[in-house]
Design a binder for this molecule. Structure first.
Ligand code: NAD
Length: 232
């Protein structure tokens, strides 16, 4: 590893939660848990059949809460402990396994399963651990999962962009690298001078990546974290 690291940004995707028992997404022909993505992960899907979408996320919420963080989540919590404010975790995952492992400097860019928000006011966001309420208790408007669907803009893009441009190490873990804008993060980091590392079960994306570490996240991430801390 060239030189000392001062700022680290890590991007995670569904692959890091796979060994915790939460299925990934793209691996099954555009189906997410047997549902077509356009039916359950687009604004149009919600408009067409809100009950189907709400039921889908109620089920995902219940299933995710039965899962536990794995060694890869715990390793990233250790990395944050070491680097403090010089660490940022960006996750495309909507489960809360990183938060439960202890990560605090985290941007859940695609939203959070355990929150729902109101269509009347974007400020009415409530936590929700069970079946979501249909209507907002404050204003009576329809509630929806606090999830970024296809065609919607992910959260905190300005903060993400700035962190990518300032980091000197960027790692992307367990993500197929096909969902934009996250798929473009390695390019921003690389062109801004960062070293870019990919940890995945299979070779993905290509380009703008200095090192590829193949294997299960629960095995590769703890080793990579120890190596990174040792070399910092
Ligand atoms: P993806 O499903 O498209 O890709 C997952 C990647 O992880 C694949 O490249 C796969 O080879 C790799 N992988 C699978 N098991 C692995 C393991 N044990 N160790 C290391 N890598 C492994 O996921 P994505 O790129 O995150 O994009 C899908 C979108 O779907 C996300 O943006 C997210 O919003 C949503 N999603 C979230 C969850 C979750 O919250 N856990 C689960 C499914 C889908």
């Amino acid at each position: 590893m060239a030189g000392k690291i001062s700022k680290i940004v890590v991007l995670t995707g569904a692959g890091i939660s796979a060994e915790s028992g939460i299925p990934t997404f793209r691996s099954s022909d555009g189906l997410w848990e047997n549902e077509p993505v356009e039916a359950v992960a687009t604004p149009e899907g919600f408009e067409n059949d809100p009950k189907r979408v709400i039921t889908f996320y109620n089920e995902r919420r219940a299933a995710a809460q039965k899962c536990e963080p794995n060694a890869a989540h715990h390793a990233l919590a250790k990395l944050e402990e070491k680097f403090g404010d010089n660490f940022l975790l960006i996750t495309q995952n909507v489960d809360d396994l990183h938060q439960r492992a202890g990560n605090k400097r985290i941007i859940p860019m695609h939203g959070e399963l355990l929150k729902v928000r109101c269509l009347g006011s974007e400020e009415h966001i409530i936590s929700c651990t069970e079946n979501q309420p249909e209507k907002c208790l404050e204003c009576g408007a329809i509630m929806r999962p606090h999830i970024v669907w296809f065609g919607e803009v992910p959260f905190e893009m300005d903060r993400i962009q700035k962190a990518l441009m300032q980091c000197d190490l960027f790692a992307y873990i367990g993500t197929s690298g096909v969902v934009y804008p996250a798929a473009g993060f390695r390019q921003i980091a690389k062109l801004s001078g960062a070293r870019v590392v990919c940890l995945n079960l299979e070779e993905v994306g290509g380009g703008y990546t200095d090192e590829f570490i193949q294997g299960k996240a629960s095995e590769t991430v703890p080793k990579w974290v120890d190596f990174t801390i040792f070399n910092s």
